[in-house]
Design a protein around this ligand. Sequence first.
Ligand SMILES: C[S@@+](CC[C@H](N)C(=O)[O-])C[C@H]1O[C@@H](n2cnc3c(N)ncnc32)[C@H](O)[C@@H]1O
Length: 291
Amino acid sequence: MIKRLVRRGLRRLGYDVLKIPATQSLRFVPEPPPIEPIWPLPRRQQALSDDVIRKQFAQHPFWHYAYEFEGGLAFPTSHNNPGLDTDDSRRPLQRFRHFMPYLVESQGGTLEGKRILDIACNSGFWSIQCALLGAKEVVGIDARAELIEQANLLKSITGANNVEFRVLDFWQISPEILGGEFDVVLNLGFLYHVPKPLEALELTKRMARDRILLDTVVHPSEEFAIYLKWEEPCDIRMAAQEGVVALPTKPSVELMLRHLKFSRWVDIPVRTRDLPIEYLTRRRVSWLIEI
Ligand SMILES: C[S@@+](CC[C@H](N)C(=O)[O-])C[C@H]1O[C@@H](n2cnc3c(N)ncnc32)[C@H](O)[C@@H]1O
């Protein structure tokens, strides 16, 4: 009632008050059972020795995720511009516990039998997790060849043979090039590295049959706005080419989802303080989107 009066008042003052229909943005969804990441990562029997793995890791100066393998072999993150909280080794594990339970629950409690696309897969953390969780087939794409080399190293250590990694620019993907649509598409940590978020979401939708897991930094404004900034490819977590990138606000992401006629989406709630700070401050948001 109060909300309706405020909206009417704002309309009289000439403001355009747009409401995302409650049926589209699902606020109250039951909390799914927790899921733990497969960690430390398993090592395929008779695969590479500790020494060989160490040498192969050392060939790459920069690693976006810290990796830990069975038997105590561990490697830290390493970035060109260190100091941000992306250097925290717990970060991908915290993100996993935040959004993966919602995805797995949406697939009937298991990824078994599913075909999954991991957009901007970096060194393959999410692809390998999905593969180890039983997905039938996982395809990870990233524009940086050195990251796909890293991902293939991870694949050979863990024996996750149901993953294929490809050097591919996001804008080149299509169902035709990647062998058809995917049950699930992961669009994680990527939307704010492109200049055209609406087109990027549209292409993501083209690739997906059932669900999209979207996780992105958002601008804190409450406006329906997209903020532009310049990005240099100065680090393995950044845009692959220099140029303008767009940082949408949370309302603008949801407006784009509405425009693209997704049937429903869940804004995955923050349920613990054990998360990277940008999730706690709502500067980063994850949605599970139903096609
Ligand atoms: C912040 S990282 C995100 C990694 C991972 N998806 C995650 O959320 O943990 C951004 C990734 O996007 C990749 N990338 C940037 N521009 C790209 C493009 N045009 N096509 C494909 N990958 C791109 C980068 O190489 C980097 O691996």
